[in-house]
Design a protein around this ligand. Sequence first.
Ligand code: NZQ
Ligand code: ZN
Length: 389
Amino acid sequence: MENFTFWTPTKYVFGRGVEMQAGQLTASMLARKVLIVYGGHSAEASGLLGRVRESLTEADVEWRELGGIRPNPTDDKVREGIEMMRADGLEALLAVGGGSVIDTAKAIAAGVPYEGDFWDFFEGKAEIGDTLPLGVILTIPAAGSEGSGNSVITKIDGKVKISIRTEVALRPKFALMNPELTFTLPPYQTACGIADMMAHIFERYFSDTPCVEITDRVAEGVLMAIIEEAPKVMANPTDYDARANIMWSGTLAHNGVCGTGRKEDWASHAMEHEISAVYDVAHGAGLSVVFPAWMTFMAKNHPEKGAQLARRIWGVTEADDHKAAIEGVMKLKQFFKDLGLPVTMDELGVKEPDIDLLVERLHRNKGAVIGGYYPLTSTETRLIYQLTL
Ligand code: NZQ
Ligand code: ZN
């Protein structure tokens, strides 16, 4: 096991009705003048935003609002938020939504105190220093941004989608997580979220670091819980306990606990980010296409971890590693299909993907070699993209 630091300063408040603590927690942990950031219509339509405003009013917190954050969020909204906060002297942010909303709020939080352009952080031209405090009310278990130190933004000019990762700077101060808020999720979004949280575990599980049995077992435990609970939320979207289990799984999948003490991979996320940047598909759906293809490649070239996963998660009994890993991929694909997710580019709605373009962009944006478990150059990433057809 490698040395590691595990630092999750976020206060998670979980359960029915917890969004009504927004005002009190904002006043005590963030500030008295905040920017509420939210997405399209879901938070207003469900009445959630109304309850949040009520809670802030009761706690004597002033606010402005920045709505209209779209999935695969873009740099223009970050700039709009930075300008609003500076103009109105706002001191903190409250994100009400999923990964897209939270990531926008995080980028604003880093951008306001910075004199240059916030995109410098995403291009690696500057290190994030001071950030404004951020609280979250989560409405979709998926990206895990409520517990991560990451933000993923797409620059409209050139459709460049970049993820930045900080140890602590971008982690929310608190996350309010009421599983009932996810009852209104459309089945496709629920399924995309499930694929994304599983992918966050796979990215950490596929590792050559030896002697990480505890981390492997934590990861397998969360995966097995997701596999058990996912069909329940799909069958009954208002099953509170199934929604609660899925919601907490999404946080544990990505707050770092499944990656402690080892090298991680992240090639599949880099490959997917190019797909969602170019074709504007849901990130989780892109992953349900890319991950089986990546795992198929690994079954041939580096099958050990895939075989372990297949045996421990999917109950595969095959002794040969290559065959066991392939059986595991088949089980994963079937699982995704049963959730209504795509497993090919065509099913994703990308009829004629431009693989040359994806490969060229991938290595221009993410480096000549990607992946911690098995280094991939453009030769291998092209093969993996071809396996998605
Ligand atoms: O905009 P509204 O109307 O709210 O609709 C949203 C949106 O269309 C809808 N939705 C959310 N909560 C709902 C709801 N609809 C009904 N009821 C509710 N309770 O869901 C749609 C998707 O929302 P989005 O925020 O885009 O989803 P997600 O959480 O999957 O976030 C995806 C983004 O996060 C990035 C992805 O790349 C993508 O840009 N990621 C961020 C990470 C991080 N910060 O750590 C890690 C991930 O790997 C990922 O890359
Ligand atoms: Zn993801």
